[in-house]
Design a protein around this ligand. Structure first.
Ligand code: NDP
Length: 292
């Protein structure tokens, strides 16, 4: 019988701790931490993510702001907003919601973010420091995955972890974090050119899936008793739902879950922990700025 790695409730617990800490600071007369977001275009999923980040910020007592632009904004205009936020002393951290519209070079934009405010942990300086094990902002989703494993006391030492997906924001950093000293997994990283993927995923004690393909991982690809972390989120049209859609992961939960010892649900697994990690990173930045 599998057990859920409940991201929703874990996130509530951590948010309560953050809210208590922030209350302590504001009661001493200090300003609240501030998280800003830049949102370009009208992609529905991006709007939902930014709205959720704003809502969570307010729940823990942060202030927040959202800079909204049409998809037609030039790269130069975007860089000017980033420069403005980099220099604003009352902004502790900010994110640029990805993906950006075609014609804007995402890496140029990310590189312009001050590493001291890069609470998504996407800049080369933060990623480099993460690999070196130095102080940094750890990217939100990989950090959230590690938090979940820790919260549920999942044994990682010497476990074979197979990560499917090698993006800069999920697969590559999570592989690095899980293999480092203290976590001590033996990590295999897979991607679209991997041969015999199912043979490798079947060897996983811990399987992390971040490929962006709905229900791609099926029961025959999972070892009995594995821990499965499903990072994928897909909105699938569903006229029977009030919202008009339902959410699916990269894992076919209807058949995979019963093979697992532990599994993250979608929704309510990795997603809420991603937002919590962003709040933790913003608090870390605030404390550094305020000398706390
Ligand atoms: P990307 O599209 O950037 O990367 C996908 C990765 O999967 C690539 O490395 C790609 O390989 C690999 N891949 C694609 N097809 C296959 C295949 N058939 N077999 C093996 N590997 C394959 O995605 P992201 O990492 O940004 O996101 C992955 C998923 O996670 C998405 O559904 C996204 O929405 C979700 N997500 C969820 C978050 C959350 O908070 N829960 C946060 C961030 C993302 P290659 O490099 O060779 O192209």
């Amino acid at each position: 019988m599998f057990q859920l790695l409940d991201g929703k409730n874990t996130a509530i617990e951590i948010k309560n701790q953050i809210a208590n800490e922030v209350r302590g600071y504001t009661q001493r007369g200090l300003r609240a931490p501030h998280l800003a977001a830049i949102l370009v275009g009208d992609d529905g999923a991006s709007q939902t993510y930014v709205a959720n980040k704003e809502k969570s910020s307010h729940e823990v007592g942060f202030t927040s702001s959202v800079y909204r632009y049409s998809a037609g904004i030039s790269e130069q205009q975007l860089l000017e907003t980033i420069d403005f936020l980099n220099k604003d002393d009352e902004v502790d951290g900010f994110i640029v919601q990805l993906p950006l519209p075609k014609g804007i070079n995402e890496q140029h934009v990310i590189n312009a973010i001050s590493p001291a405010k890069d609470v998504d942990g996407f800049t080369p300086i933060n990623l480099g420091n993460m690999v070196l094990g130095e102080e940094c902002f750890v990217p939100a989703t990989p950090k959230g995955i590690c938090t979940l494993l820790t919260q549920y006391n999942i044994e990682t030492c010497g476990q074979h972890c197979v990560v499917v997906g090698r993006s800069n924001i999920v697969g590559t950093p999570v592989a690095n974090l899980l293999s480092r000293k203290g976590t001590d997994c033996t990590v295999t990283m897979c991607h679209s050119r991997t041969k015999n993927l199912a043979e490798l995923t079947r060897q996983a004690d811990i399987l992390v899936v971040a490929i962006g393909k709905p229900e791609f991982i099926t029961a025959d690809m999972v070892k009995e008793g594995a821990v499965v972390i499903d990072v994928g989120i897909h909105r699938i049209e569903d006229a029977s739902r009030k919202s008009g859609y339902r959410l699916l992961g990269d894992v076919k939960h209807s058949e995979v879950d019963e093979r697992c010892s532990w599994v993250t649900p979608v929704p309510g697994g990795v997603g809420p922990l991603t937002i919590v990690s962003l709040l933790q990173n913003t608090l870390q930045s605030y404390k550094r700025t305020m000398g706390l």
